[in-house]
Design a protein around this ligand. Structure first.
Ligand code: FPP
Length: 255
């Protein structure tokens, strides 16, 4: 199989000095906290929204890289439940991005067999945002390549509270027995039901915190941080993250 950086069985490097990616050990699920758009814009004397716009273009490049490396699920933190606190104009801009992204990129996503999904409180999004995403979900629902999963209006604590409320309702209604409640059953009540947990969590911009992202799901994920601001992220850096991931020994508490 031919990747941008060729696959060598014995850990050789390619002509640019890059180490190869082991095709068998690519993380199935990569989750990314795309941080640093505002600082990227500020450094250039631009308004914050210019950073978000460039960040959207980088999402396209990242999706291309993820499909190339056969990542199965790419979960992108695009808007948190806390992001509503930002200035109205910035929130409005962020809410228009999915439509703009899909307007230009949906044909390529379809061509690449990508399926679009979201996690988060979808109903509370503006109608125009919901409509654009719903259309893309519908158009890609039968695709079985990369699952491109946008965390939109997502907050992990909210997700967990919602799960607990539903579990209580189901126990009270006798559709769930308390003895049956274990980690797997709990996971089924989260937005990520049916998805494997992230193998690799990437955060850009030098910050090293989770910011209410997938708190339950990243219990055994490998974390990878870079000082690079999200609009400067690219395939090369993604490749480096995958390479570093492949050096990790995942023991899940064992030895
Ligand atoms: C955090 O950076 C970034 C966000 C809150 C928005 C992320 C959104 C994108 C990258 C575009 C998403 C694209 C689609 C298609 C939905 P920040 O603004 O907090 O940066 P700062 O910490 O430097 O201020």
């Amino acid at each position: 199989m031919s990747l941008r950086l060729p696959f060598f069985k014995n850990k050789q490097t390619d002509t640019k000095g890059h180490c190869e990616i082991e095709v068998q050990n690519v993380p199935k699920h990569v989750a990314i906290i795309m941080d640093g758009n505002g600082r990227w814009a500020k450094k250039r004397g631009l308004p914050r929204i210019a950073g978000h716009k460039e960040g959207m273009n980088v999402v396209k490049e990242t999706v291309r890289a993820a499909t190339k490396y056969n990542v199965e699920i790419l979960t992108l933190y695009a808007f948190s439940t806390e992001n509503w606190k930002r200035p109205k104009s910035e929130v409005e801009f962020l809410m228009k991005l999915p439509k703009e992204f899909l307007h230009t990129f949906l044909p390529e996503l379809i061509e690449k067999n990508v399926k679009i999904e979201t996690i988060g409180d979808f109903n509370a999004l503006p109608a125009h945002t919901k409509e654009a995403i719903q259309y893309a979900k519908e158009k890609t629902k039968d695709n079985d390549g990369l699952l491109l999963n946008f965390a939109l209006n997502y907050g992990s604590r909210f997700e967990i509270i919602q799960a607990i409320k539903q579990i209580m309702t189901d126990i009270n209604g006798s559709t769930l027995s308390i003895d049956k409640l274990d980690e797997d059953t709990f996971s089924e009540y989260l937005y990520t039901t049916g998805l494997t947990d992230p193998d690799l969590l990437i955060r850009t911009s030098g910050e090293q915190r989770l910011s209410n992202f997938l708190l339950w799901q990243v219990a055994y994920s490998e974390f990878w941080f870079t000082d690079v601001l999200w609009p400067d992220f690219n395939e090369e850096i993604f490749h480096k993250a995958l390479q570093d991931y492949q050096q990790r020994k995942r023991r899940y508490g064992g030895i």
